[in-house]
Design a protein around this ligand. Structure first.
Ligand code: ATP
Length: 306
């Protein structure tokens, strides 16, 4: 029997799961205000972000949009002023110092733009990958070599960073980040210092880690071209999620990138729930500007391939 309209509404509003449900990364209305000498800067102004387990996404924004602030929150270095941030079930606003250490050691791995921040100069690649495992009291040697091989840099095992190219250093850095089997890799402008061919190698390595090890990868960058390298790009502007670009394969095998507005749950594009239910609209919609109105269309992937 078909549910009545009021039953549908009750389902949509009453029994709705918490925002994000079991998403791997949930940022709900995140606010971060910096106070310096009496001046307040609102770096994050109610940012919402959901990333599912095993996704490879890029967060893109101009300088000052709040990327580093978001990254600092997700990496457990900074605590937001308000809102909710949860990664792999860990509430980042409620961590003790001990939780924080465990989170940074076991749940997340990092790849920074500056190669010098990723690798110790006096250790070779294998020793660099072994180090985090040793610090965590784990056996190391076999896994270090496996990771270097996975990322195509086993030939660098005995080389120190100054004997490797920039791309080899960053691929080794990804192996270091993966050493303790994190659930999430956060990469901050990982190709910022590299030319485009070498960047592609590093993206390939991140994709491989994502696909073969199932690790969730979030790449933060100001480079909009990164959307060509990932399936989903989240645009942030003025401390808020502003758009999403989805990359998919078209009918003729071509790559199609489509940009969507983000349906903000605090009201900045609020559609009646029953309208959304009727057209199965969720989170991503397509907007079309007409003479006298804006059309809101279900995301293409959800409209039977039309
Ligand atoms: N420690 C701080 N104290 C005061 N204001 C800050 C601080 N850190 C960041 N901000 C401000 O917050 C806003 C967001 O900065 P954030 O560094 O997160 O942006 P971003 O997108 O990472 O920029 P960039 O690409 O230049 O690093 C900016 O207006 C910045 O000036």
């Amino acid at each position: 029997m078909n549910p009545t309209l009021s039953e549908l509404e009750a389902q949509a509003t009453g029994a709705r799961a918490a925002f994000g449900g079991d998403a791997h990364i949930v940022c709900d209305n995140l606010v971060r205000i910096y106070k310096t000498e009496g001046v307040e800067v609102v770096a994050l102004q109610g940012l919402d972000l959901l990333v599912q387990k095993g996704e490879l996404v890029a967060v893109v924004g101009a300088s000052g949009s709040g990327k580093s602030t978001l990254l600092n929150v997700l990496s457990g270095l900074d605590v937001p002023t308000a809102g909710l941030a949860r990664v792999a079930g860990t509430d980042l606003l409620a961590m003790t110092a001990k939780d924080r250490l465990r989170y940074r050691r076991e749940i997340v791995g990092f790849v920074w733009q500056q190669t010098a921040r990723n690798l110790l100069p006096y250790l070779d690649a294998r020793e660099n990958v072994e180090l985090p495992m040793r610090l965590a009291g784990k056996a190391a040697r076999g896994r270090a070599m496996e990771l270097l091989a996975l990322l195509g840099v086993e030939h660098c095992a005995q080389r120190r960073p100054d004997g490797m190219s920039g791309g080899e250093q960053q691929r080794t850095a990804i192996a270091v980040a993966l050493a303790n089997s994190p659930q999430l890799i956060l990469a901050d402008e990982p190709t910022g210092e590299l030319d485009s061919d070498t960047s592609e190698e590093v993206f390939d390595a991140l994709r491989k880690a994502n696909r073969e090890l199932g690790v969730t990868v979030v790449i933060v960058t100001h480079d909009p071209l990164v959307s060509e390298q990932v399936d989903r790009t989240i645009g942030i502007r003025d401390g808020r999620t502003s758009s999403e670009t989805l990359r998919r394969e078209g009918a003729a095998g071509e790559i199609v990138a489509e940009e969507y507005a983000v349906l903000d749950r605090v009201g900045r594009l609020q559609l009646p729930r029953d309208f959304m239910n009727a057209l199965a609209m969720e989170r991503r919609v397509r907007l079309e500007l007409e003479n006298d109105h804006i059309g809101v269309w279900p995301a293409r992937e959800e409209s039977n391939g039309e």
